[in-house]
Design a protein around this ligand. Sequence first.
Ligand code: GLU
Length: 270
Amino acid sequence: MKKLTMMVAALGLCFLCAQTPLAGDTLATVKQKGVLVAGVKDSLPPFGYVDEKTREIVGYDIDFVKAIAQRLGVRLDLKPVTSASRMPQLSEGNIDIIAATMTKTPERAKQIDFSHTYFATGQKFLVKKGTVKGLKDLEGKKIGTAKGSTSEQNAAQALPTATVLSFDDYPQAFLALQQGKVFAVTTDESILAGMLAKAPNKAMFEITEVRISDEPYGLGLRKGDAAFLAVVNQALLEMERSGQAKAIFDKWFGPGSPTPMARGFVIKPD
Ligand code: GLU
């Protein structure tokens, strides 16, 4: 009986090991499995969204992980995540890397590691045209955003009298704005611009000049995964050097895109 219990316990342990890759061996496991599993957004153009024609998830974030998988010589598997689920999914071993509009913060860096910054934006507000000139116009209002985001934290800090309503993701918050249930939606300007560009009634809304934070994006890796982090960072720097990173930027944010950005972005070592 005792032997049986021990066998069951040992089996259970093996199962756990298989489920939770040890930090530090992602590079080896990815190569061995022949697949890189990336946690991405699937409803946030132009970062990660489902292409209407191909039904595939595409976007700026996707192009970066695609290039990394190519360099590793492995297949890419995309798993949709939300702002709140991306870190738990990574630590539970369900994904190998986060490429999901994720801001690098010192608080998050206590739990996961970040690559060099591969995109930079800042937090603004999407509102009905003409309703907001300054931060004070947002005071005491209902503001929609996403759970588990920096947007949620920054909004609560910048507007202590506002009611911050957190949705699963930003499209739900935008729907609440369209239905008049919130006064504004707040998150990174590039996400707001991406949602607005696709909205049928876009002429009714605008993005404020008011900007409450800097949001540098990093790819998220399990803590202490030094070999994998080195390879990812090297890939990013090589992509910058070769012009591949600029081509990805121009594809999604260049002058001909639905969400043009005046300034480009250059990837450098942190
Ligand atoms: N970049 C911000 C964050 O990482 C807001 C966008 C998001 O929720 O992914 O929290």
